[in-house]
Design a protein around this ligand. Structure first.
Ligand SMILES: NC(=O)c1ccc[n+]([C@@H]2O[C@H](COP(=O)([O-])OP(=O)(O)OC[C@H]3O[C@@H](n4cnc5c(N)ncnc54)[C@H](O)[C@@H]3O)[C@@H](O)[C@H]2O)c1
Length: 359
């Protein structure tokens, strides 16, 4: 039987957006019962804004609270692994912001821990949800698009000095990577969600925009498992901000909306090759039901999955795929070589992609 689940949000930065976009619009499914943050001012500010009385500074206290069903981890990346494993061990369901963890070794350990856990784990990839992306996915999955030829992903965003005044950002040890790992991870996830697994990567990373340790500009040439080709480019130094994903299939050209932080929401440009393809697309989308974008749908589907009404909308396997690309990309860039996927424990960066001098 379905019921309202009690949530504890840990970290009041993006955690606030989880409340606004994810939990409040799904008030029949979730109640935010507790907030946790090391910063008492932020804790009070967000607690007052949403009338959340239970405010905790020490994460471990949450684990012992029997009335908390879900722990939503929205802390900086370096804290994710221990919080997720502890929360699973305590029998809680877990939501965790990207990046789920900071290495393939850690993601494999989490996948192992999930096998015996009582609760379910859902990493965040909120850009996957909305009418535009889901219509594209429906057309591709129905086999209408046909053979994939090639595609491009452009993540053209902007970050300036104030962004890096938050101490954990821009540093290998705490952010674990730059635009590749922390920003373009969303559009790259969309690409593989729609086009399938990557087989080979030749990537380059550079720091060109801000005086930071991690990269802020990247580019790669990729070969997909299907044989299709792709190129990914991203920077945090763009004057205007867009996210653009363009996919070329045998029967259809698909181009995302360009809204940088919500490319899935508005309808995408879908160009059928001929009238017959158009008729098949019209038929596939004939009874389309509106899909709210981002966290609203991701959280609603998490609730459904917990009560056996569907699959988890994002899984730790999806996180692994994203982190495998990150690992391959850094390795390719530092060795000036092509990297073939999948990557396992024998890969030199399996334990960490962070350069040794910054660990
Ligand atoms: N999905 C997205 O679009 C998106 C957007 C922004 C950030 N993020 C991710 O969300 C995470 C947080 O980013 P942010 O921008 O909100 O950072 P932030 O610095 O604004 O907020 C993080 C909060 O966590 C608190 N915190 C740190 N360690 C803690 C601990 N041990 N216990 C309790 N609280 C702790 C900090 O005090 C801070 O208030 C990162 O992993 C980031 O990559 C995702």
């Amino acid at each position: 039987m379905s019921r309202v689940l009690n949530v504890a949000v840990v970290g009041c930065g993006i955690g606030r957006s989880h409340i606004v976009e994810g939990y409040l619009p799904n008030a029949d499914k979730f109640k935010v019962l507790a907030l946790c943050d090391l910063n008492p001012e932020r804790l009070d500010q967000v607690g007052e804004e949403f009338g959340i009385e239970r405010r905790i500074v020490n994460f471990d206290e949450l684990l012992a609270m029997d009335d908390i069903d879900i722990i939503d981890v929205c802390t900086p990346p370096g804290a994710h692994f221990s919080m997720v494993t502890e929360a699973l061990k305590a029998g809680k369901h877990v939501v965790c912001e990207k990046p789920l963890v900071g290495s393939l070794e850690d993601v494999d350990a989490i996948i192992e821990a999930e096998k015996s856990a009582k609760g379910k784990l859902m990493p965040v990839f909120q850009y996957r949800f909305g009418n535009g992306i889901e219509q594209a996915k429906t057309i591709i999955d129905a086999g209408i698009a046909g053979k994939p030829y090639c595609g491009t992903v452009e993540t053209m965003w902007r970050r300036e000095a104030p962004y890096y005044t938050v101490p954990w950002r821009g540093k290998w040890k705490t952010e674990l990577g730059g635009v590749l790992m922390g920003h373009a991870i969303h559009p790259h996830d969309i690409f593989t969600y729609l086009m399938g697994d990557i087989a080979k990567v030749f990537g380059r990373v550079a720091t060109r925009v801000n005086p930071i340790e991690v990269e802020d500009t990247i580019s790669a040439s990729l070969e997909m498992k299907s044989g299709a080709l792709a190129s990914f480019t991203a920077t945090l130094g763009s004057v205007d901000e867009i996210t653009r994903i363009r996919l070329q299939f045998e029967n259809v050209t698909i181009e995302s909306d360009h809204a940088p932080y919500n490319p899935g929401k508005e309808l995408w440009k879908i160009l059928p090759r001929n009238d017959e393809v158009k008729a098949r697309i019209d038929e596939a989308l004939a009874n389309w039901q509106h899909v709210p974008s981002r966290f609203q749908t991701q959280m609603a589907r998490f609730h459904d999955a917990i009560f056996g009404k569907g699959e988890l909308p994002v899984t730790s396997a999806d996180s692994r795929r994203a982190l495998e690309l990150v690992t391959a990309f850094y390795h390719s860039s530092s060795t000036h070589s092509e990297v073939a996927l999948p990557l396992g424990p024998d890969h030199p960066l399996y334990q960490s992609w962070v350069p040794a001098e910054f660990r």
